[in-house]
Design a protein around this ligand. Structure first.
Ligand SMILES: Nc1ncnc2c1ncn2[C@@H]1O[C@H](COP(=O)(O)OP(=O)(O)OP(=O)(O)O)[C@@H](O)[C@H]1O
Ligand SMILES: [Mg+2]
Length: 254
């Protein structure tokens, strides 16, 4: 099954000086059930725009986007919002958790909004807390837990409604290397055990190396893609090489 398909998607923005900048120039992309894909590319290349378009946070000018074979353009604003809540899981660089709620309440938020039965919520929370190994911090306030734990809570919230795909924008951008490894290990676990598709944006070659495929976005199009072959170390070398050759200035990307 295809969990996400983008066909010839275009997006431009009007800048403050009224000049129009075309950020995405005919994007085609296919994410199948169980894929784990990283999008890399220079700052300003449109990675966040692409995720925001898929999630419905931003609109697109032209093209087609299908999530589990539903055409997003067939839906009105309210339906897109509902669809997002039910079928997409979102994870952000700065966690976007609600500080006044506990870790468990944050995870349950999408179910609370859906007014799901209390016993169903309990059952799901227990399952998700166990998968992410955060049972012991479930009643803590967000301010009391570490960055890595916060991101695991955010992943739990993304996962609670059994989404078709998780979209993650620089999910390790605010984490140290230990927490980065931990969070990427959990993404991998979810991807392998629950076959949840994951599309993540990252500047970090190490984080990208956990994925099965890395695509490079530059100048509004996908310039290159590489599939994981061999060991993680070999994949890191291939990604680094791709960034060096096609990405131009390495400093611009990493
Ligand atoms: N709401 C907006 N209005 C006008 N221009 C925008 C808007 N959002 C993004 N842009 C422009 O679109 C381009 C792509 O931005 P985007 O945030 O998608 O890049 P990115 O690849 O995520 O960059 P980074 O790696 O720094 O996060 C940039 O030139 C940016 O200035
Ligand atoms: Mg971005």
């Amino acid at each position: 099954m295809n969990n996400l398909e983008m066909k010839d998607v275009w997006k431009s923005y009007k800048q403050r000086n009224k000049e129009e900048v075309t950020v995405l120039k005919g994007i085609n992309m296919l994410v199948k059930q169980g894929d784990m894909v990283a999008i890399m590319g220079p700052s300003g290349s449109g990675k966040t725009t692409l995720l925001n378009i898929v999630s419905g946070i931003d609109c697109y000018d032209k093209g087609e986007i299908y999530i589990e074979d539903s055409d997003l353009s067939d839906l009105n604003k309210e339906e897109v919002a509902l669809f997002r809540r039910r079928r997409l899981g979102m994870v952000f660089q700065d966690f976007n958790l609600i500080e006044s709620l506990s870790a468990k309440e944050n995870i349950l938020l999408p179910m609370i909004l859906e007014k799901r039965f209390a016993d169903e919520q309990e059952e799901q929370a227990e399952r998700i807390l166990k998968i992410l190994n955060i049972q012991d911090i479930q009643n803590k306030n967000i301010a009391e837990i570490s960055g890595g734990q916060k991101q695991r809570v955010a992943i739990g919230r993304a996962l609670i409604n059994n989404p078709a795909i998780i979209l993650a924008d620089e999910p390790t951008g605010n984490l140290d290397s230990r927490s980065t490894k931990e969070v990427m290990d959990y993404f991998t676990l979810i991807n392998q055990e629950l076959t949840t598709s994951i599309l993540l944006v990252t500047h970090d070659t190490f984080a990208a190396s956990y994925c099965n495929k890395v695509v490079l976005l530059k100048d509004g199009v996908f310039k290159n893609e590489i599939d994981k072959k061999g060991s993680r170390k070999q994949f890191i070398d291939s990604i680094t090489e791709m960034l060096a050759i096609i990405g131009g200035e390495q400093d611009d990307i990493l």
